[in-house]
Design a binder for this molecule. Structure first.
Ligand code: SF4
Ligand code: SF4
Length: 149
């Protein structure tokens, strides 16, 4: 989900995938924001005193679960995603995006895309919907670090 510029939380037990990239591929993608349902605990929204996700951009799934508007449908497209998928995109609530977006383990760090195998697979599925190649094919080379212990 629109890559984070933060340190990647390691998944040492499952290994990580590193892909050398010229630039952050998410900024020209956005496929995952227009592929998955993005749902989370209602307390993350501004309807709660501690919440930060703008409540008016969410909808009820259950009394306790919200989804980003536009993502609970057959062909999801998050209401917060600006631009055209596969072209130039931006999350206009990036600083206040919900936990599923923050936790999506695909990051761009020091010229490398760093991903957990699970989220790399999700990323590839989302990109395929929009005829975008998986990151490692689309960029220069892939180094798979097998850190299974
Ligand atoms: S589908 Fe992958 S490359 Fe595209 S925005 Fe999401 S994490 Fe980034
Ligand atoms: S809130 Fe932002 S990062 Fe999360 S799905 Fe929507 S556009 Fe993507």
């Amino acid at each position: 989900m629109i890559l984070r510029a933060v340190a990647y939380p390691a998944h040492p037990q499952k290994g990580i995938i590193r892909t050398v990239a010229r630039e952050n591929p998410c900024l020209a993608c956005g496929a995952c924001c227009a592929f998955f349902r993005v749902s989370f605990y209602w307390g993350e929204t501004t309807d709660s005193p501690e919440g930060t996700v703008p409540a008016h951009l969410t909808e009820n799934i259950t009394p306790f679960v919200r989804a980003m508007k536009g993502t609970d449908r057959k062909q999801p497209h998050c209401v917060a995603l600006e631009g055209d998928v596969g072209q130039t995109v931006r999350c206009h609530i990036y600083e206040n995006r919900p936990s599923p977006c923050r936790d999506f383990a695909v990051d761009f760090v020091d010229g490398q895309v760093v991903a957990s195998p699970e989220d790399h697979e999700r990323c590839s599925r989302a990109r395929a919907r929009y005829n975008l190649l998986p990151i490692e094919v689309d960029t220069m080379k892939t180094i798979i670090e097998n850190k299974r212990r």
